[in-house]
Design a protein around this ligand. Structure first.
Ligand code: SAT
Ligand code: MN
Length: 597
């Protein structure tokens, strides 16, 4: 079946875009083996992909981007609603008519000389109550083959769309038309004119000028978070920037935990946790996005709508994440990593030191004085089914019932290692006011503390105040069946700037305490953030250097007042849509902690 068989709506939409974009060729891409092999051969010929040594890393490739196109571009990511207030103060808003006009000009003829790939896909299991269908049009073969790893690209999604299922129309162009006989470059892009625009009223996504993951693989942040969050609000569910983990206790009881962290704060590591505590087992369901819906029994059920992982490479090693290392041992596309002389990949934080003869992501001989060998936001793209700890229920069409939801950030002080919120409302306050030091996953300075509600700051498709109110509604509807809410912080530092908590596999100790709370086994003590482990309650047995309770949970009065003041100032920017009742909840929690102290 080809595009000619498309039903009228689909056909009309594709035809309209062909007229605007003027591609030299149009191809339906269903992610099948032969098509993918052909696209990869073309990408190798063009210099976009470089094959790795197949004896070291079978069917794996390295791409090096244009150095100006290495991360999400938040300043050029816009929500175009008629009323700017519907996008809210945390999004970049652009008038939809003006945006369409401006992008229309950029899109005009932007695929000249290139092939336009028509990529039907599903986010979620095809046919499941969670599934959302979409078509991405793109002139990038790199995007096409990456999409086939990250989303359920293929015949089943195409059939569903041809059968009349509504689809999210998504258009992407690298913005580099080719004149006849013009030679292509390895990474075409148009960094000066990049825009990633969302039109929630029609669920459209228009992305121009960038080939980088979060800007170009439109099923991920654009669809599964920004557009889906709008649908979720209308339909009573949640589209969240969360990993999903399955935890089995020594008593063989199973728990499902979702956790929100900003980009490049360890979601993939936690999703692939290898518990350091004996008897516990962790399995992976998702590492970046969770769609959460009330199930028939009233419990909140979660799915990972993605098909693969787009993980941060630097810092990933056999020590920090052996599961990820096994996952990416074959059939992986790496972007902006360094390449060893024997045809394998390398990045900062790998187990082995940099070999001599290393070539950096910029294609130069490695000289540590000139900066890192791999870009700090270098990524791997790989199918989730390659993960040795993937849980069988990761493709359960009905999702898994959540026991706990965790909010985390990267904070050198203030936020304790773990705390349980006093109530759903209090947890929503904590989620709404969470903050994190910025990372290389987006453009801009690294290490600056910014408020990042629910780790959704760059991903919420509507007004953040309405989003927080929606969380309150979902919790109220779930009532006693709602999962319990927690905050965690793996990133506290001592006076010398060293991390006080080892993280990675040791984070299982924190999860074990969360389970103890769920089972009513841990009493905890009151803390400004809620309930934290009482001294001695967190199992630290066998740790080489067990940190003190104070190092993990201590908070000075002044530190706390500063935080509260800053949080209040932040939510004031979301008024009047931010639910005022949460200020009372925060106040009551503060008083409760005070009297307990
Ligand atoms: O936005 S990406 O999907 O490219 C990665 C991230 O920032 O989480
Ligand atoms: Mn992410």
């Amino acid at each position: 079946m080809g595009i000619a068989d498309a039903n009228q709506d689909v056909q009309r939409w594709i035809d309209e875009w062909v007229r605007v974009l003027e591609p030299a060729r149009v191809e339906l891409y269903l992610g099948e083996r032969e098509e993918t092999d052909r696209l990869i051969d073309g990408l190798i010929a063009q210099g976009t992909l470089r094959p790795l040594d197949p004896s070291r890393r079978p069917r794996s490739y390295v791409a090096a981007s244009d150095p100006r196109d290495v991360a999400r571009l938040e300043s050029r990511t816009v929500i175009s609603t008629d009323d700017p207030d519907d996008a809210g103060p945390t999004n970049h808003w652009q008038d939809p008519t003006a945006m369409r006009e401006r992008l229309g000009k950029l899109f005009a003829g932007s695929m000249r000389g290139r092939t336009m790939y028509v990529i039907p896909f599903a986010m979620g299991v095809v046919g499941s109550p969670f599934a959302v269908y979409a078509i991405e049009l793109t002139d990038s073969a790199y995007v096409a083959v990456s999409m086939a790893k990250m989303a359920r690209v293929g015949r089943a999604a195409w059939d569903a769309i041809l059968g009349g299922a509504p689809f999210v129309p998504a258009v992407h162009s690298v913005g580099a038309p080719l004149a006849p006989s013009q030679r292509d470059v390895a990474w075409p892009c148009d960094p000066d004119n990049t825009w990633i625009a969302h039109f929630p009223a029609t669920s459209e996504i228009w992305s121009y000028g960038s080939g980088y993951g979060g800007n170009a693989l439109l099923g991920k942040k654009c669809l599964a978070l920004r557009i889906a969050s709008v649908h979720a609000r209308e339909e009573g569910w949640l589209a969240e920037h969360m990993l999903i983990l399955k935890l089995t206790s020594p008593e063989q009881r199973t728990y499902y935990i979702a956790a929100a962290f900003p980009s490049a704060c360890g979601k993939t590591n936690l999703a692939m946790l290898q518990p350091s505590v004996p008897g516990w087992r962790a399995e992976t369901i998702g590492d970046d996005i969770a769609w959460i819906r009330p199930g028939p029994d009233g419990r909140l059920r979660a799915v990972n709508p993605e098909y693969g992982f787009f993980g941060v490479a630097p810092g990933t090693s056999r020590r920090t994440n052996p599961v990820a290392m096994a996952t990416i041992s074959h059939d992986t596309i790496f972007t902006n990593v360094a390449v060893t002389p024997d045809g394998d990949v390398w990045w900062e934080g790998m187990d082995e030191p940099a070999p001599s003869g290393l070539i950096t992501w910029r294609g130069e001989p490695y000289d540590p004085a000139k900066g890192p060998a791999a870009h700090p936001n270098a990524r791997f793209t790989v199918e989730a089914r390659q993960c040795p700890t993937i849980a069988p229920e990761w493709e359960d069409p009905n999702g898994v019932p959540l026991d706990a939801i965790v909010f985390g950030g990267r904070r050198r002080d203030t936020v304790p290692l773990v705390a349980e919120a006093r109530s759903w409302e209090h947890g929503v306050w904590l989620g709404a006011t969470m903050a994190s030091e910025t990372t290389a996953a987006a453009e801009g300075s690294v290490g600056r503390v910014r408020r990042d509600p629910f780790a959704m700051l760059p991903f919420c498709g509507y007004h953040m105040g309405d989003y927080v109110a929606h969380w309150l509604e979902v919790g109220a509807r779930a009532g006693a069946k709602a999962p319990r809410l927690y905050v965690v912080n793996w990133f506290r530092r001592d006076d010398e700037g060293a991390f006080v908590w080892p993280g990675y596999g040791e984070n299982a100790r924190v999860l074990a305490w969360i389970v103890d709370r769920l089972e009513g086994r841990a009493q905890g003590v009151s803390h400004p953030y809620g309930t934290v482990p009482a001294p001695g309650e967190l199992d630290l047995a066998g740790m080489a250097e067990a940190p003190s309770w104070d190092a993990l949970f201590g908070i000075g009065d002044e530190e706390w007042s500063r935080e509260l003041e800053d949080a209040r100032a932040f939510v004031a920017t979301l008024a009047p849509r931010f639910p005022a009742s949460l200020l009372d909840v925060a106040e009551a929690a503060d008083r409760a902690a005070d009297t307990d102290r």
